[in-house]
Design a protein around this ligand. Structure first.
Ligand code: NAD
Length: 357
């Protein structure tokens, strides 16, 4: 297979971590007889500095022409005070919109080797953690109309609309069912159907859609309970599917119980076009340029790319296994170092993973 990848290193630690991830991608491709063509494109602060626009048209065109997109991170203090209309984050929201990325996949995986870095008690974490949160990314209260400010009884009031159509619910539940089917076959749909009309429709459509996947066991949970259950007994979950706002909060909660933001990849996918893969963390300006960032979230994003954009399961698994092996040997970047093992920098961690493939 020939894979055309658009790289958007972005700002801060973005270029450092993307460099390591690309080396890993090229090594895996060579090992399994594939070829990789990469093209780099500007986004975020780097694009503002170069052309005055966080998402140049050439970047959108390069992404659309690729099979998949790998992003580092955008933003930093340098651009905090510029016109909000051209802030670096606009580049990120813009490219998600331009590529029609409606589903956001956020695995929260705790490697048993890193249990000491996790925030929950060992008896709760057990033998590690492996949850996939599937968040709807383009609907709900973040995009619903009408929205805005008004005056009610002589005082200012503001409102947003949490709205979902049947087709929007159906397509995200379908994505989640397909993923559950390839994992533990358990899907928990999270809503607030005891209060919200939009959630009652969500639940109805979720039941109807999941019925087409008889091998997937569907359950439902109210969002307030889900927030508690993630802390009380996270291992009860396999795949969670939920709407945009609930997913924003729950995916952060699920990921942070694993302890390190530097370990967590993500995928955003649409229907048919190129999908986008990126670490969940930001540009970490406080450690940028010092070769100490953890590249594993970006390397694991490449694994997600191989699995979800190209269906290359064995190739993805070889990256996951290499990361596990490096961690098992005790190598740690600063963010996951808790006193034991050998502390390494960004490029050394990348080289170790390369060596383990
Ligand atoms: P951040 O994720 O960049 O950093 C939070 C903390 O985690 C920092 O102490 C940082 O050093 C550490 N950290 C993050 N990634 C790490 C890694 N790979 N290895 C080791 N340590 C790591 O979040 P922030 O500080 O709130 O934001 C910094 C900038 O990033 C802001 O401009 C923000 O807008 C932007 N941001 C971008 C994205 C994105 O591009 N997707 C996401 C979040 C924040």
């Amino acid at each position: 297979m020939n894979m055309k990848i658009c790289l958007m290193p972005g700002d801060g630690i973005g270029p450092e971590i993307v460099t390591q991830a690309v080396k890993v991608l090229e090594k895996v491709a060579a090992k399994f007889g594939h070829t990789v063509e990469t093209e780099s494109a500007l986004i975020g602060g780097a694009a503002i500095d170069a052309v005055g626009n966080p998402l140049p048209e050439a970047t959108v065109a390069a992404c659309k022409a690729a099979d998949a997109v790998l992003l580092g991170a955008v933003g930093g203090p340098k651009w905090d005070t510029i016109d909000p209309a051209i802030r670096p984050e606009k580049g990120l929201l813009g490219i998600r919109k331009a590529l029609g990325l409606f589903s956001n996949l956020r695995p929260a995986v705790l490697f048993p080797e890193l249990a000491a870095a996790a925030y929950l008690r060992p008896d709760i974490i057990g033998q590690g953690l492996d949850i996939m949160v599937v968040r709807e990314l383009t609907g709900g209260a973040y995009f619903g109309e009408p929205r805005g400010e008004t005056v009610v009884n002589g005082e200012r009031a503001a409102f947003n609309t949490m709205i979902y159509s049947e087709s929007e619910i159906e397509r995200i539940v379908r994505v989640a069912c397909e993923i559950a089917r390839k994992r533990g076959k358990k899907l928990c749909s999270v809503d607030k159907a005891n209060v919200l009309d939009v959630s009652r429709l969500w639940r109805e459509v979720a039941i109807r859609t999941a019925a087409e996947y008889p091998d997937v066991e569907l359950s439902h949970m109210y969002v307030d309970n889900a927030a508690m259950q993630l802390i009380r007994d996270p291992s009860q979950f396999d795949v969670i599917v939920t709407e945009n706002l609930f997913g924003d909060i729950l995916s952060d909660e699920a990921s942070i119980i694993t302890g390190s933001i530097g370990m967590l990849p993500s995928a955003s996918m649409g229907s048919g076009g190129p999908a986008l893969f990126e670490p969940i963390h930001g540009s970490a300006p406080d450690i940028a340029g010092r070769d100490i960032a953890n590249p594993l979230a970006t390397i694991l994003s490449v694994s997600m790319m191989l699995r979800f954009a190209f269906g290359l399961e064995a190739e993805a698994e070889s990256i996951d296994a290499a990361v596990k092996s490096v961690l098992a040997q005790g190598f740690r970047t600063g963010d996951i170092f808790v006193g034991e093992g050998k502390k390494v920098g960004c490029s050394e961690m990348g080289a170790l993973v390369l060596g383990a493939i």
